[in-house]
Ligand binder design. Structure first.
Ligand code: ADP
Ligand code: ZN
Length: 643
């Protein structure tokens, strides 16, 4: 247990305003910051973009000012530490990192500053915690009462149930065991109940206070489409709805990443590949470009993205289905951190289900583990097949009940969020019970007749009554179900099979040529006791729906969206453009992403004010004292010159 000493609650707010230039804390930030500033332990669950960094940065500053020394931030993201420290430096907060990118001289310099009490925050990778040299340094600081706080970022990495297990995180128990009096704050954007319990246990946070925020991301529009020709579907989605905007496209395999990046480039888009198989230098260069330039599309495996805090990613697309809802939500959560309108788009088909099931079956893991993986996959399949609100389902998965949005038509009987595909355009639903029974009994009969199972293609051929060579070879034209479902199209049958797999009526046997087998869940359907209602496999193209410039209307929980540049008058536009160009130069000089200097929202606010003196810049969101002093004059000059 850590002792709680009460610092005046005004201090954190004053720091937020003075250092970061933000007028108020958001959501749970104030409670977390107060608790941690006064020396309490905390576990913070907040969605991506919720503002986790400030939850430890503000206490770090407050505690350093109170003479308590340095905050150690554990982050698994070596590639991003430079930018994180750069952002603090821009805000005038003394910070540094220790990782393998530093040479000996640089390392010694950081250590010197650390021991001289010149740092407020020190970022380090978890593996450093196991080195005697680093432990010795922390001992020295602690002996002098200068070890203020431990912040454990991306805390889900400690759990194998999270989607990003890092064994090095397990060693972090040393923090608590060796320096029990130093408070700890662990933060993550993702954790279902299992993962959360695991984090608490692994990091020995039983005594900590838990702060769980709403996981809703009201500004993200969720859309899941049926996979037909995924490359064309993706191209249409980007070209219709996201021209010149930043986005991430997730694929399952490295090869697919490379092919797709090339296809997008050939279609005139600015796309780059990212996966763990690329040379480290190329990976880093691509990531830097994505962070630093505007309108770049990253085509990537899940190796990309953790800790990417680029605020203006406008879309995240999945061309293959991820493994579970945690992964999906984490990945899609990288869109729209700035609170502006953003989209999460996924294409999903029967093959995805088969592939994911196969990966689980073929993995060398223990059965108990596989069962959990299957359960998690099933939940994602349920989301993909859903004919009701996606957001309600996502939130329910994380144990949260959605507060419905106001339904303008009043026609919705189910939960309504107003910003997912199913709410915006309720899908056509058909009763697939008869079709499902025909498929299931065909699978049963071929197994009876031939003593072996068959794959989806052949089963569909039987139901549709197609005379193929295989049909003749096995005598399947004799089956009573042959041709019994000739009225169903192949996409319809495929959709029903997918759903049957998703609900646990069918098993795809990866060890035997993806043959289909009945499971217990098939019985009530075969007996006609359980209806099967399905999204109609639509032949019509997805309707292009512009999200740009629209506001997410999700009531009071919607974050204030930044003033869109589109709302500026002509002179304001000119100022905004000039400010962006100026920001680009500064960012290049400092080797930092542009948003670290100022967010778009800050520049748009400046352009809207048409400032004439430095007093006019006071109170613009995102301009703290240091930035005002450093850039105030320049910003005024650039803005005035532009109009
Ligand atoms: P997370 O790590 O939870 O994904 P970040 O800490 O990166 O989120 O914050 C997301 C964005 O929101 C950042 O650009 C940050 O500057 C901004 N932000 C966080 N808290 C506030 C606040 N109280 N007021 C204004 N902007 C904030
Ligand atoms: Zn909805």
């Amino acid at each position: 247990m850590t002792t709680v000493d009460h610092a005046p609650a005004r201090v954190p707010l004053a720091i937020l305003q003075e250092v970061f230039g933000y007028p108020a804390f958001r959501g749970q930030q104030a409670a977390v910051v107060d608790h941690v500033t006064s020396g309490g332990d905390a576990l913070v669950l907040m969605p991506t973009g919720g503002g986790k960094s400030l939850c430890y940065q503000v206490p770090a500053i407050a505690r350093q000012r109170a003479g308590r020394g340095v905050t150690l931030v554990i982050s698994p993201l070596i590639a991003l530490m430079h930018d994180q420290v750069g952002a603090l430096d821009e805000a005038g907060v003394p910070a540094a990192f220790l990782n393998s990118t530093l040479d000996w001289e640089q390392t010694k310099e950081v250590e010197r500053k650390l021991l001289a009490g010149q740092l407020t925050l020190l970022y380090a990778a978890p593996e450093r915690i196991s080195t005697p040299r680093f432990l010795g340094l922390l001992d020295t600081l602690h002996a002098h009462g200068k070890l203020s706080l431990f912040a454990i970022d991306e805390a889900h990495c400690v759990s194998q149930w999270g989607h990003d297990f890092r064994p090095e995180y397990r060693a972090l128990t040393v923090l608590h065991e060796r320096w029990p009096s130093v408070p700890r704050i662990a933060l993550t954007a993702t954790a279902d109940d299992t993962t959360r319990a695991d984090i608490v246990e692994r990091l020995q946070l039983q005594e900590s206070q838990q702060f769980v925020s709403s996981f809703d991301r009201p500004n993200i529009r969720y859309t899941i489409v049926e996979k037909k020709d995924p490359t064309t579907q993706l191209l249409r989605f980007i070209q219709n709805e996201h021209t010149d905007e930043s986005g991430i496209v997730y694929c399952q395999s490295r090869r697919r990443v490379e092919e797709l990046a090339q296809t997008l480039c050939e279609a005139g888009l600015d796309a780059m590949p990212y996966h763990a198989g690329l040379p480290a230098a190329e990976r880093q260069a691509n990531q830097d470009r994505f962070l630093r330039d505007e309108g770049v599309i990253m085509v990537a495996t899940i190796a990309f993205g953790m800790g990417i805090d680029k605020p203006d990613v406008r879309f995240v697309a999945h061309i293959d289905m991820p493994k579970n809802i945690e992964g999906y939500y984490q990945e899609t959560g990288r869109a729209g951190r700035d609170g502006g309108p953003a989209q999460a788009w996924m294409a999903y088909g029967l093959q995805d289900v088969v592939n994911q099931r196969r990966m689980i079956d073929e993995s060398p893991a223990e059965d108990a583990f596989k069962q959990i993986m299957v359960r998690k996959l099933d939940a994602l399949l349920g989301l993909a097949e859903a004919i009701d609100c996606r957001r309600a389902r996502l939130l329910a998965y994380f144990g949260e009940q959605m507060v419905p949005a106001k339904d303008p038509s009043g026609a919705h009987t189910q939960p309504y969020c107003g910003n997912c595909d199913n709410c915006l355009q309720p899908p056509d639903v058909w009763d697939a019970t008869d079709c499902a029974r025909k498929l299931l009994s065909t699978i049963y009969r071929v197994q009876q007749m031939s003593g072996i199972g068959f794959g989806a293609g052949h089963i569909m051929d039987i139901v549709r009554g197609k005379s193929t060579d295989k049909m003749k070879q096995f005598g399947h034209e004799e089956l009573s179900t042959f041709g019994l479902g000739a009225e169903f199209s192949e996409p319809q049958l495929r959709g029903v099979l997918r759903q049957l797999i998703a609900v646990g009526a069918l098993h795809v046997d990866a060890q035997a040529f993806n043959t289909l087998r009945l499971l217990d869940g098939a019985r009530p359907i075969l007996r006609g006791e359980q209806p099967v209602r399905l999204r109609a496999a639509s032949a019509k193209p997805e309707r292009a729906r512009k999200v740009r410039g629209e506001r997410a209307e999700r009531g009071s929980r919607s974050r204030a969206t930044p003033p869109a540049a589109a709302e500026l008058d002509a002179a304001g536009q000119a100022r905004f453009t000039a400010l962006k160009a100026w920001r680009g130069e500064v960012a290049r000089e400092h080797n930092l992403p542009a948003y670290v200097i100022f967010h778009d929202a800050t520049l748009a606010a400046i352009a809207a004010r048409d400032p004439q003196s430095s007093a006019d810049l006071q109170g613009v969101t995102g301009i703290g004292a240091t930035k005002l002093e450093r850039y105030g004059e320049e910003v005024l000059r650039v803005s005035r010159q532009a109009g």
